[in-house]
Each structure stands twice: as C-alpha cells, then as structure tokens.
Design a protein around this ligand. Sequence first.
Ligand code: HEC
Length: 183
Amino acid sequence: MNSACRITLFFLAILAGSHLFLAGSPATAQSGTRVIRRPHYELLWGWLAQSQYRNWKGPNGQPAEFQPGEGPHAALVKTYVNDHAAGDAKNLSRGSVLVTENYSAEKRLLSVTVMQRAPGFDPPQGDWYYAQYLPQGRIAADVVGRNTEPAAGKVSSCIDCHRKAGGGDYAYFNDPPVLNTSP
Ligand code: HEC
C-alpha cells in the first residue's frame, strides 16, 4: 500500500469512528516508505467540515445564535456543541467537541475556535486540544515569544483563560448563570 493510500484509509477510519483520535498518521512505516504526517488540526478541520458542525445545537440545546462575545472572542460569537458534548455536558467526556465562531460587530466571520476533549493529551489541564482557524480553515498563528507557531494543541493563551471556567472543566457554556448586577 503506498503512503497516500495508507493516509487516505487512516483518515477514513477516523471519519468512520465516532471519536476522534489524536494522531497524525500511522507511525509504523515500512522501510523505504515515506509517511507524510498531517497535523491533527488539519484532520480536525476536515472532520468538522464532514460533520457539518453548523448543524449542531447551541449551548442551550436550541439552534446556535449570535451572542455578545466575552474575553478575546470577538464582538459576536456563535457556539456549537456536538451531540456527544450536549448529552454529557456535565462531564464533557471523550468525543466532546465545542466550536465558537468569532464575528465582528458587522457579522463578518473572523475566526473559528475549537476545543476537543482528548483524554491523555494534557491531563493536568483538563485534556483539551485547542485550535484557532481562519475563516477558510487555515490554522491561525500563535505568537510565542519570538516565534510564530500554529495556534493548535496546548495553546497557553487559551488555557490560561479557560482554566477560570466554573467546575474546573475549562468550558464555559455549561456553567450556571451568574448574577452580576448589584442591588
Ligand atoms: C481571556 C479569556 C479567553 C481566552 C484567551 C480564550 N477564551 Fe475561549 N471562551 C472564553 C469565554 C468567557 C467563553 C464563553 C463566552 C463566549 O463564548 O464568549 C469562551 C468560549 C469558548 C468556546 C465555547 C466553549 C466554552 O468554553 O463555552 C470555545 C470552543 C473556545 N472558547 C475556544 C477558545 C480557544 C481555542 C482559545 C485560544 C485560541 C480561546 N478560547 C481563548 C474566554 C476565553
């Protein structure tokens, strides 16, 4: 089997499974076979497109709607929760995928931020894989010190803020509402 075929089969295997796995492509190359590793964020974007995430429900079980964004997320956001996460909002177990689209005040799509729960990926920090994409699916750039890296994986800016979410699960959408008006 040539490597392109092998990768295609592997990709189909991911799409066929109900869960995503954190891997690029098979690590076991036969000698003389060059295995091209596709980064996980590319597989994740492909899976999101295949899953038609825009048909997923919003955080409250209703169709996703524009909401005022908080933190760095943008003026307006739309959050989508996959069926697995919606059915297990308390635990957000393996298979949970959360997507927030970030829009300007004029409703122009600026970026797509994604969280995928992946046990074993980052145990001390809630086991979330983070990614930020540009509107057409290219990965955004994350400036780390003097370097620019893909905004994917253990993205410290995402983690540092999401660690403040209620319940210690790094997710905000399932937190109970907070009364923040004074008498
Ligand atoms: C300074 C704080 C902050 C940073 C940094 C941040 N977020 Fe968020 N994020 C939030 C808040 C608050 C919400 C819920 C409200 C909203 O959607 O605006 C949220 C919501 C989300 C959601 C919907 C699920 C949920 O937790 O409710 C996803 C997915 C998400 N963020 C991904 C990311 C990614 C990926 C990054 C890094 C590229 C990131 N966030 C950086 C504060 C932050």
